[in-house]
Design a protein. Structure first.
Length: 402
């Protein structure tokens, strides 16, 4: 149903097969080469931007380590992510506390560790920042409309109306903080590049009115993530995103473009992952049913949570691909009826698929390995392995090569 070569080159596929052949399923292999390539592409496409990798999308130590070596900064969401990144000797001035939902104790923890840049979208949080992270830079996240064209929207929960952002930045100055800029997230896997245009226009309005009416000169726009990975639904190339978004910036800000931060997650790591699962059972619900149910040893609770509401549609291939195919419903191994990945979307698998065959989920490098349960039905968390230039590492960065 899917042409593997459109997603993974022959060279990298063979490298993956060789590396993964002795590991128990289910597992996820992350190819660091792919992430490096995506990072360099992003830097080349937005040469004026600073990149803050959104650690939550794949918090494996080999990934963080490599991106740190490539000069990346990091968007951090919790004290646990903070400890992990600092332990790799990343300087706290390369970090931003991007989560708008945080405890006062966590603000203090970040401040004590040397972090001086904080996101906010509410009064109470701003007060905590002023109290526990005095004189830090704050940027305010604004709400943007994006739910219909982003496959994983991130709307509503984060951000505030621009009028409120205005008030928060005025208040930030009164509280002794540095009003630094505006942030937004256009929605993850955002297929409509125009979403950035709307958000940049709102940002421009805030820059202008704050300067004219309050004498507050903001200097940074954090444009979030949202750039696409290669799933089954078509998207524009990254270079189209870059040229359009750069044009929007010039349209609104002329030659005087503020400092730009990008926080990519999915677009950097998504394409790097291959999740290998095994067929546990194939059945039909009645004697003449046309559709087969294919139950795998991976599901919503161990790596594939973004199939929730069939939001993210991964390319799925099997070791029997190439012959006749029939429609399937794909489900996971747990005793929860929510553990069905695809039913409405009509996936097809080979007629001669058998129990024990391998089924590969491509583009599973983002929001999979750490987005899994710890032991539902007793199944252990899915293991992630990292394919480096020298061999294989586990998620802690320990070498597994012999
Ligand atoms: C999750 C997140 C990102 C990453 O978004 P992608 O769409 O995966 O690139 C960036 N910024 C913030 C604040 C986030 O919460």
């Amino acid at each position: 149903m899917f042409n593997r070569a459109e997603y993974v080159s022959d060279t990298e596929w063979n490298r993956f097969l060789e590396a993964s052949k002795n590991f128990a399923t289910p597992n996820i292999f992350i190819n660091l080469r792919t992430i490096k390539r995506r990072f360099i592409q992003l830097k080349d496409s937005f040469p004026f931007a600073q990149i803050y990798y959104a650690v939550k999308s794949n918090p494996g130590i080999p990934v963080i380590k490599m991106l740190a070596e490539l000069g990346s900064n990091f968007d951090i969401a919790s004290r646990y992510e903070l400890d992990k990144v600092l332990a790799l000797n990343v300087s706290p001035d390369k970090l931003s506390y991007g989560n708008t939902i945080k405890k006062a104790a966590d603000v203090k923890y970040f401040y004590d560790k040397g972090v001086r840049m904080f996101a906010t979208d509410s009064k109470e949080d701003l007060k905590n920042i002023a109290k526990y992270a005095p004189a830090s830079r704050v940027y305010v996240r604004i709400l943007v409309e994006n739910s219909s064209t982003a496959d994983w929207p991130l709307s509503r929960k984060f951000g505030c109306h621009p009028d409120m952002a205005y008030d928060l930045l005025v208040q930030a100055r009164e509280l002794g903080l540095t009003p630094y800029g505006i942030s937004f997230h256009a929605g993850s896997q955002q297929r409509d590049i125009g979403a950035w245009n709307d958000a940049i226009a709102k940002t421009k309005y805030l820059f202008e009115s704050l300067e004219d009416e309050e004498g507050i000169k903001l200097s940074m726009i954090n444009m979030g993530g949202g750039f696409p990975a290669h799933y089954i639904q078509e998207t524009n190339d990254l270079k189209d995103y870059a040229s359009e978004i750069t044009r929007y910036l010039h349209d609104d800000f002329g030659d005087d473009i503020p400092a730009i931060i990008l926080e990519p997650g999915r677009s950097l790591v998504g394409d790097s992952g291959i999740l290998t699962s095994e067929v546990v059972l194939i059945s039909r619900k009645n004697n003449t049913a046309l559709q087969r149910w294919v139950y795998l040893d991976a599901g919503k609770f161990n790596g594939l949570i973004e199939t929730l509401e069939e939001s993210i549609k991964y390319p799925v291939i099997t070791e029997k691909d190439g012959g006749r195919e029939g429609e399937v419903i794909i489900a996971g191994p747990t005793c929860d009826s929510a553990d069905i990945m695809y039913e409405d979307e009509k996936y097809k698998m080979p007629i001669d698929l058998k129990i024990g065959d391998k089924v590969y989920w491509l583009t599973t490098g983002a929001y999979t390995s750490s987005y899994a349960s710890v032991g539902f039905n007793g199944f252990p968390p899915i293991q992630a392995y990292y394919l480096t230039e020298d061999g294989i590492e586990d998620s802690e960065g320990n070498s597994l090569s012999c």
